[in-house]
Structure formats: structure tokens, C-alpha cells
Design a binder for this molecule. Structure first.
Ligand code: ADP
Length: 497
């Protein structure tokens, strides 16, 4: 079968990159399987897309917000109608198992429905004026043209977190999806077009980060940037945006800790540990990568976790029997192998896994075995640096206070979890864990779209996706004063009347 060529979407037209070059999107479970051919775009293509978004903004910002919401609602319905097909295509390009890609599509639909409802709220505030016969209110205004750069681990959900609130707020968008998973962004935008989104309101430019992502950040007519990806690239994106005083939302790394205390329901904690560590092959920014276990139960917990990791069926995510898919590409599987070496050198004990898998039909994919390290010191690199693979470290602790200290002792602050039946300690953990997300008796993964998503410390730069935080990023506040007194009234001066 001939490979399908996908073009950029600019101003409602499907167009090739000016370079005339393309790149291949391959199935990470089988690199011989080519999912599609996509445009290698550069600065000129980005410029065209930004100009198209700028032109569409003139009308889109005036389109009533409830009507913008209705388009999102219809897109949500279409996502659910085509869920199975979209999930299959996503597993083929990204690798994670079908139950997870179905969840990824569901998350996009959830975001569509949530933001559709916001179209009839988008609340501002009215407040009394300090002066007589004067009316005061604050209203949310769109920001303008928003640039979006997305990663490959949630190929549809993350683009939806950015596109849907931005659109509902009246912005137009240029999105540069990850080069490993562009198809799901196309599929998402197809749903929007079918739902009635006008031409030019969303534009897609595919390509590599430095060639197609960087010019989007640096384009003077892009009013805001939303980025999800690595800390290294996030730093570059943030620095460039700062040069233009552009609002910039950065969502980056994590090294997420699960604390298991001796009074925990151990069966529940193990279920959470396996799902949190090996779901999406550990390639979630909220993945459980450190498990801090109280001394009295560390032996039993370790033994049972290793058994569970060894029992996981690894393979092609399209196969219904498979529980863990491949990593996304050669580089990620090399990173997992490299950190295995680093951890062993530091003195951590490799309890299971630690190697690339081959044979049994796995030779053509990027499969890495579920990996558990024991005897990990909280200061070791394997306990501080993000791997983004199916690699988890067990750290022993003496007490609740020590566990909190270990959990907080890193540069990241995205997600955390506590397993305990002690309500006092649960509330202390909710207060004291330095993270944007804390779960009690649930793993570090599993965010819902109507709650704020993001982290503290070097995980982000203070913005939140999901929840009302998304509205804060994609709108700017305008204060409006209406004086109906028919005379000059001076704030702070004409007082006491
Ligand atoms: P990941 O580990 O998820 O691959 P990256 O940070 O490398 O994380 O990539 C996330 C997104 O950022 C991708 O869409 C990628 O193409 C893009 N990107 C990479 N380098 C740059 C850059 N210099 N400027 C802008 N975007 C970039």
C-alpha cells in the first residue's frame, strides 16, 4: 500500500512545505510499518500559518463564545463516534496499548465538553466602583494568535488541552505537533473541521523542533506560546518568548514519588505502583518513577512489585493481550538503557528488567523490559533525573517525615501519591508535598480535565492547563469602567462623597 502524504493545514488549504521535503511517521512497535509521510516545515511555512491565523482572528474573536463552544461540543461527539478508529491509529503511531489510546481520545472529548460548557460561562466579575454613578467590571478578552508545541506521549489529549480552551476563548491557533505522532493532531483537527470550525482558525505545521517549532516561538505575530515537552527545550522556548514579553506556558519534566506507609492497603498500593510506573511504558510526565516505602514493609512490597513487573506482557499495543507497549523511538529506549547503567554504577540493585527486548516479534520495535531498582538512595541520579521509560526506583524510608523529605528533595514538582489509611498523615501529605498534584490512595497518574494540571519548581513556570487555569492563560483580563454621572470623577482624589 502506498504511504499517505499529509500536508500542512494553512488557512483552510492543504499545502506542502516550501522545502518540498517530508519525513516518515513510523510505528514504534514495528519500524517497517510507515504510518504516514508528513511535511518538513520551516520558517516560511510557519510564517504563512501565522498570517492565516491572524487573518482568521478578525472574525473568530467576534463569533459568540457559546457558538464557539457548540462547535467544540460537536467535535466532542465526533471524537466519541470515531473513538475506536482514532485510538487504533494512535496506537499505531505512538505505541501505547489500545485501552490507553481510547483513554487519550476520551480525554480530548472530555475537554471538548468541558470547554463547550465554558462557552456559556467565561465569567468575569462586576464589582462596585468607589465613585458614585459609575459601573465597574472585568471581562476576559482573547489573547490573539496562539502557538502550540506538543509532545508525543498524549498525541490527542495534549493538543486538545491547548486547542479547545484557546478556541473557546476566541483565539486562533497554529499547532506544531511532535514529529513522532503528528497523525493524531490531524485527526483531532479533522473533527473540528467537520464540526464546523471556520477556515484558518486552526492551522497545522508539521516538522522538527528547531526548524518548525523555534520559528513559531520567535514569530512576532504569535501572541502566546503553550509548550509541553522536555525541560531542555522548555528552557529555550521560555527564553525566546521572554525576549518578546510573550505569555508562555511551559509544562515539563517530573520525577514523581509514591509514598507507601506501613499501614497502607498493600494490594492497592501494588496495583497503583504497577499502573503508575509501567502505564504508557513510563512515558508520562506524571509517571511514578520513585516509590518511597516504609522499612517494615519494603521486603514484601519489593518482592511483589518485582513479580508483577516480570508478569507484564510487553508487545504491540494493538494486540489485546498486551499490557505494555514499546517506547516511542530509538533515543528513548537508549535513555532507559543508559539510566540502567548509571543506576548500577551508583550502587542501586537491578531487581528485574534493564534491557532492550528482542525475539518474539519484538525485534522491529523499541521495547524495553519493565525495570525495578531496589536499594536506591534518595540522592542518586536515578532518583532525581527523569528517565521517561519503564524504570522505577524503590527508596526505603524510616518514617512519614523522612518520606516527605525524600519526595520533596528534587528539582521537579509535578505529581505525588500517598498510600496510607491514616487520615491525619493524608492531610499532612496534601499540605506538605511540593507538587502541583497529590493523590491519596491512587497512583501519580490519572489527571481529570476539569482540574488544574501542572507543577511547581522546575516542572513548569506557574501556569496550569485543564480547569479554569486554562482560561487564565488563553484570555487576558480587561477592566472596564462606565461613568454615568455626567461629570469628571477622579479615582482616589474625589473621595468621601
Ligand atoms: P520529548 O522528550 O517529548 O521529545 P522535546 O522537548 O524534545 O520532548 O519535544 C517536545 C516538542 O518540542 C516537540 O514538538 C518538538 O518538535 C519540539 N521542539 C524540539 N526542539 C525545539 C525547539 N528548539 N524549539 C521549539 N520546539 C522544539
Amino acid at each position: 500500500m502506498q504511504t499517505k502524504i499529509y500536508q500542512n493545514l494553512i488557512g483552510g488549504q492543504w499545502v506542502s512545505a516550501q522545502s518540498g521535503e517530508t519525513f516518515l511517521n513510523r510505528n514504534p512497535a514495528n519500524i517497517d510499518d510507515v504510518v504516514g509521510e508528513f511535511q518538513s516545515s520551516g520558517e516560511a511555512d510557519v510564517d504563512r500559518a501565522v498570517k492565516a491565523a491572524r487573518a482568521a482572528y478578525k472574525q473568530w474573536r467576534l463569533f459568540p463564545a457559546p457558538k464557539r463552544g457548540e462547535i467544540l461540543y460537536r467535535a466532542g461527539e465526533l471524537l466519541l463516534r470515531h473513538k475506536e478508529n482514532l485510538a487504533r491509529q494512535m496506537t499505531r503511531e505512538m505505541g501505547k496499548v489500545l485501552s490507553e489510546t481510547r483513554g487519550d481520545v476520551q480525554e480530548a472529548a472530555d475537554t471538548a465538553f468541558y470547554m463547550a460548557g465554558e462557552g456559556r460561562r467565561l465569567f468575569g466579575q462586576t464589582t462596585p466602583s468607589e465613585l458614585r454613578d459609575k459601573f465597574a467590571m472585568s471581562v476576559r478578552m482573547p489573547v490573539g494568535v496562539c502557538g502550540m508545541i506538543t509532545p508525543w506521549n498524549f498525541p490527542m489529549a495534549i493538543p486538545s488541552w491547548k486547542l479547545f480552551p484557546a478556541l473557546m476563548c476566541g483565539n486562533t491557533c497554529v499547532i506544531k505537533p511532535a514529529e513522532d505522532t503528528p497523525l493524531s493532531t490531524f485527526n483531532l483537527v479533522e473533527m473540528l473541521l467537520e464540526a464546523g470550525l471556520p477556515e484558518g482558525v486552526v492551522n497545522i505545521v508539521t516538522g522538527y523542533g528547531p526548524e518548525a517549532g523555534a520559528p513559531l516561538v520567535a514569530h512576532p505575530e504569535v501572541d502566546a506560546i503553550s509548550f509541553t515537552g522536555s525541560s531542555e527545550v522548555g528552557r529555550i522556548v521560555g527564553q525566546t518568548a521572554a525576549g518578546f514579553f510573550k505569555p508562555c506556558s511551559l509544562e515539563m519534566g517530573g520525577k514523581n514519588a509514591m509514598i507507601v506507609l506501613e499501614d497502607a492497603n498493600l494490594d492497592l498500593a501494588l496495583d497503583g505502583a504497577v499502573w503508575g510506573s509501567f502505564g504508557t511504558s513510563g512515558q508520562r510526565c506524571t509517571a511514578t518513577s520513585r516509590i518511597i516505602v516504609q522499612k517494615s514493609i519494603v521486603g514484601e512490597f519489593t518482592r511483589r512489585l518485582v513479580e508483577r513487573a516480570q508478569a507484564l506482557r510487553v508487545g504491540d499495543g494493538l494486540n489485546a493481550q498486551v499490557e505494555m507497549g514499546p517506547q516511542i523511538n530509538q533515543q528513548q529506549v537508549e535513555t532507559s538503557a543508559r539510566y540502567t547503567g548509571i543506576a548500577e554504577k551508583e550502587g542501586a540493585q537491578l531487581l528485574t528488567g534493564g534491557k532492550r527486548l528482542s525475539g518474539d516479534g519484538l525485534d522491529k520495535g523499541f521495547f524495553f523490559s519493565p525495570t525495578v531498582f531496589g536499594g536506591v538512595g534518595a540522592g542518586m541520579r536515578i532518583a532525581r533525573e527523569e528517565v521517561f521509560g519503564p524504570v522505577v526506583s524503590l527508596i526505603e524510608c524510616d518514617s512519614f517525615d523522612q518520606a516527605i523529605g525524600f519526595a520533596n528533595g528534587i528539582q521537579y514538582g509535578l505529581s505525588t501519591a500517598l498510600y496510607s489509611r491514616n487520615v491525619n498523615l493524608a492531610f499532612k501529605a496534601m499540605r506538605d508535598l511540593e507538587a502541583g498534584i497529590t493523590y491519596v490512595n491512587a497512583p501519580t497518574i490519572g489527571a481529570e480535565v476539569h482540574l488544574p494540571f501542572g507543577g511547581v519548581k522546575q516542572t513548569g513556570n506557574g501556569h496550569r492547563e485543564g480547569g479554569t487555569g486554562a482560561l487564565d492563560f488563553y484570555t487576558s483580563w480587561k477592566a472596564v469602567y462606565v461613568d454615568y454621572s455626567d461629570r469628571l470623577q477622579r479615582a482616589q482624589i474625589d473621595i468621601g462623597e
